[in-house]
Design a protein around this ligand. Structure first.
Ligand SMILES: [Zn+2]
Ligand SMILES: [Zn+2]
Length: 351
């Protein structure tokens, strides 16, 4: 398609998205008596305060260079193409989310958080376990929704056997398959805490929120002399409170129902970085069809834009039907400027 006709198509579509967004907003305000549909509770001032100053600039800078993104203090690598492969890597935390095809850099991540069982999200698991064993990198930990744990172990064991390894132990290669569900938490070797949350897809699925710890002087000690606080500390008294700060939230594959669910965690909307799937961008696949397929449509993001207190939003999992130019044109045409300013499309692998 010529760029001009794409732009024309997008313009027409923009009107439709705005209509759908208005329709959704009307539905939302009607149902505003339910807590999940109202604006999430106020984010901590420390996080909100950073939004205005950093979001647009960070998003624009990140849009300019795609291979090595840097957002909200995190380097971000990997690839995410719907139905083909998704693997989002945060190398400083040594964590990857999903492993569609095991990109080279994923091999160096000791923890992989799996969102669901579609092969574009788990297809690379045996290669990852095999490569790490070959390179002597230590046993990886695969965090998975409990629904899949037994079959992933059996699959790894079979793949190890195929590779001539004999399929010893639970998974063949040295690795841990750890079932986790919403309500549980895990401390990573980096010190970050991971908590899963339920998402809405065509298979059992979950997203993850990564937290960091921050210490702050106890309120009752603010204003006291440094020497006095030091003496209290030396006497064994706890002089600080510890807070968990939501650093990054990853939705994995999900429909927009996530944003309407009373169970969606408030931290989804106030994590500094939100990594969200956005599979469909135009009416070739309608909002209704996107929902049936368990995926996000751009109209969902537009309708819920008021909820996102995140500093930046990384858009992933675009359908391969779109080119890089079409994705950018669709975002420009359909998103209100305040939402567009904090959104960065993850375009690695798109032509
Ligand atoms: Zn997918
Ligand atoms: Zn999926």
């Amino acid at each position: 398609m010529q760029t001009s006709s794409v732009m024309q198509a997008m313009k027409g579509f923009a009107e439709k998205v705005k209509d759908k967004a208005a329709e959704l907003r009307a539905e939302l305000s009607e149902a505003a008596s339910t807590p999940a549909l109202s604006t999430p509770s106020a984010a901590p001032a420390s996080i909100v305060g950073q939004l205005a100053s950093e979001s647009s600039e960070a998003a624009r800078a990140a849009s300019a260079r795609q291979l090595g993104l840097h957002l909200c203090g995190h380097d971000i690598e990997g690839v995410s193409i719907a139905g083909q492969e998704t693997c989002i890597i945060l190398p400083r935390i040594k964590v990857a989310v999903d492993l569609g095809r095991c990109p080279q850099r994923s091999v160096y991540q000791g923890t992989v958080l799996i969102t669901h069982g579609h092969l574009d999200h788990i297809g690379g698991l045996p290669c990852h376990a095999s490569s790490r064993a070959l390179l002597g990198l230590g046993a990886p930990r695969y965090v998975v929704p409990p629904h899949y744990a037994a079959r992933i172990k059996a699959w790894l064991k079979m793949a190890h056997d195929l590779e001539g390894g004999g399929g010893e132990g639970e998974c063949g290669w040295p690795c841990e398959v750890l079932p986790m569900q919403p309500g549980e938490e895990l401390v990573l070797p980096s010190g970050h805490v991971v908590r899963p949350f339920a998402t809405t897809h065509t298979l059992p699925s979950q997203g993850y929120i990564l937290y960091t710890y921050r210490k702050k002087l106890k309120a009752e000690l603010v204003g006291r002399e440094a020497a006095e606080i030091k003496a209290l500390r030396e006497a064994g008294e706890e002089v600080t409170d510890t807070y968990q700060i939501p650093e990054a939230a990853f939705t994995g594959d999900t429909s927009g129902e996530l944003f309407e669910s009373p169970d969606a965690p408030a931290d989804l909307y106030r994590a500094r970085l939100l990594v969200v799937e956005l599979t469909f961008l135009d009416d070739a696949v309608s909002w209704e069809q996107a929902r049936e397929r368990g995926h996000m449509h751009i109209a969902d993001l537009v309708a819920h834009a008021h909820k996102f207190h995140n500093e930046a939003i990384l858009l992933t999992h675009f359908s391969p039907r779109y080119s890089r130019a079409e994705i950018l044109a669709a975002l420009e045409a359909n998103m209100p400027p305040s939402l567009r300013a904090k959104c960065v499309p993850f375009l690695n692998g798109f032509r």
